[in-house]
Design a protein around this ligand. Structure first.
Ligand code: AKG
Ligand code: MN
Length: 205
């Protein structure tokens, strides 16, 4: 874990949202999920289910399925409705922390139950890598992993807690990262446990 540094441009803001703000965010995300229900994303080609459940808010949403793979689109893959708007609290976060002069176009909502994880990957389905990815953690703690631009680069693990914000910007924008495990029962924020992650993104160049 120690012995090598985090990539330049990677920022971890522990406790960026206090408990009251986290509760307001959860209320906003519940409204998003009732308009745009969580769905089961599937890996390109194999159709294998991901363990994370997903939805989006914003003009564009990141989706994946067997037939068409990873992409952004303006509508929910099942309801076919447009995604709901990004909640103002998240726009404020982006405007304060992203250092980029245009608002985010997409906010991916990931829900992890106790057994869910996300394999090591790069966020590279966007045309705009000058903008960072700004990520919010809510609910149970997780073990986040971050490496470099090559899959074989050394990896560091760091725990993320409810209210933390992580920013993948600059040289870290294309760093490999993932979520190794959830620590069930570590937060009282979500009634039924689990972890919500929100990632704000610019998509078009
Ligand atoms: O859940 C997280 O902290 C990371 C999520 C992520 O990397 C993604 O949605 O691309
Ligand atoms: Mn990612």
């Amino acid at each position: 874990m120690a012995g090598f540094s985090l990539p330049a441009g990677f920022r971890h803001l522990p406790g960026r949202f206090d408990r009251a703000a986290q509760e307001r965010l959860v209320t906003d995300i519940r409204a998003v999920v009732s308009a745009a229900p969580l769905y089961v994303p599937r890996m390109p080609r194999t159709g294998k289910e991901m363990s994370v459940r997903m939805t989006n808010c914003g003009a564009l949403g990141w989706v994946t399925d067997k037939e068409r793979g990873y992409r952004y689109q303006a509508t929910h893959p099942e309801t076919r409705n447009r995604w709901p708007a990004i909640p103002p609290m998240l726009l404020d976060l982006w405007r304060e922390e992203a250092g980029f002069d245009a608002d985010p176009q997409a906010c991916l909502v990931n829900f992890y139950d106790a057994d869910a994880k996300m394999g090591l990957h790069q966020d590279r389905d966007e045309q705009e890598f000058a903008a960072p990815v700004v990520s919010v953690s809510l609910g149970d703690d997780c073990l986040f992993r971050i490496g470099g631009r090559e899959r074989s680069d050394p990896i560091r693990s760091l725990p993320l807690k409810s209210g933390d914000v992580v920013i993948l910007g600059g040289a870290s924008r294309l760093a490999f990262h993932g979520v190794d495990r959830i620590y069930p029962g570590t937060s009282t924020l979500l009634k039924n446990g689990g972890r919500i992650n929100l990632t704000l993104r610019r998509v078009t160049g």
